[in-house]
Design a protein around this ligand. Structure first.
Ligand code: GLV
Length: 311
């Protein structure tokens, strides 16, 4: 089976060449655009595909994304309705995300920004410590990754509430909310808001002034969903007014974050380059093999997203 490697933003060969080598006896990978013709290409591995990418492949059956979020492939205008979009589901990725989110929640709870500033000024000052149970965390999104993050935060003693589009059963001591009323009920008791939502028409712009205003004063945002979830001006206003005390941002509406953007240097923002959690070589290789096997058998690949829902 032939697989096209398609990205306008990442050198996928440099990142996932080892996965492509692992499956090379079953799947031949070729760099996009295939020449002279892409007619014998049946699958693709993609991240931020160019708008016309899939026009080159009239017999394409499935596109594997290299991430948990499939939005950038689903938004590609040349993605025909009959092409399956497959996410890489990787338990190791969820563990990386847990570490990343926990680190930022504790950064806020233990006031590390203040320690860092004090160290730089050579100030010896003990701070009043806050127990985890005094810092309620609200999680937006309760998929594979959200479940693990919620469990680990609760294990450290943080009160954890989760919000999702549809009602979800959660184990104690987690609390669960859904729908618009549920969102605002959760926010009323949220100090740290962690965004793990997929990007869909319903979630675009969800991190806005209403949401920040409904949180506990002095709250904190951990943004690891997608840049388009955030209304940037509303975040800056919430930081300026003190409604939020800070934010950790890993994803941005424009990536790479443009040189000179205020988020680079804002004193209340910690910015990282969309690096919270990569999927592993093993998971990419397994996903490619399972997808190739399914489409050869004329079946829907495991982990294919529901294209009407976007995840
Ligand atoms: C990364 O952003 C992912 O979707 O896995």
């Amino acid at each position: 089976m032939r697989c096209a490697i398609v990205s306008r933003s990442l050198d996928l060969r440099a990142y996932y060449g080892a996965a492509l080598d692992r499956v090379a006896d079953r799947i031949e990978s070729i760099m996009h655009p295939a020449t002279p013709s892409g007619e014998d290409v049946q699958m693709a591995l993609a991240w931020h595909p160019p708008a016309d990418a899939f026009d080159h492949y009239p017999n394409l059956r499935a596109v594997c994304t290299i991430g948990a979020g499939a939005d950038n492939v689903l938004a590609c205008p040349s993605l025909r309705p009959d092409i399956h979009v497959v996410r890489v589901v990787d338990p190791a990725q969820a563990r990386l995300m847990c570490g990343f989110v926990l680190w930022h929640v504790i950064w806020h709870q233990r006031q590390f920004a203040t320690y860092l500033a004090n160290q730089q000024a050579q100030v010896w000052k003990r701070l009043r410590q806050r127990r985890p149970q005094d810092v309620p965390v609200g999680l937006l999104g309760y998929g594979e990754i959200g479940r693990q993050v919620a469990t680990e935060l609760a294990g450290l003693g943080f009160p954890v509430a989760v919000w999702s589009r549809t009602p979800k059963a959660v184990p104690t001591p987690l609390r669960s909310y859904h729908g618009t009323d549920g969102l605002f009920a959760m926010l009323a008791e949220t100090e740290v808001l962690v965004n793990l939502l997929p990007l869909t028409a319903a979630t675009r712009g969800l991190l806005n002034a209403d949401v920040f205003g409904a949180m506990r004063k002095g709250g904190y945002l951990v943004q690891v969903g997608r840049g388009e979830h955030l209304v940037e001006a509303d975040l800056l206003a919430a930081l300026d007014s003190g409604q939020l005390s800070g934010a950790s941002l890993d994803v941005f509406a424009t990536e790479p974050l443009p040189h000179g953007h205020v988020f680079w240097s804002h004193p209340k923002i910690v910015a990282t380059p969309h690096d919270a959690c990569d999927v592993s070589i093993e998971a990419v290789a397994d996903t490619l093999l399972a997808t190739a096997a399914a489409i050869s058998a004329g079946q829907r690949p495991p982990a294919a997203v529901d294209r009407t829902q976007g995840y």
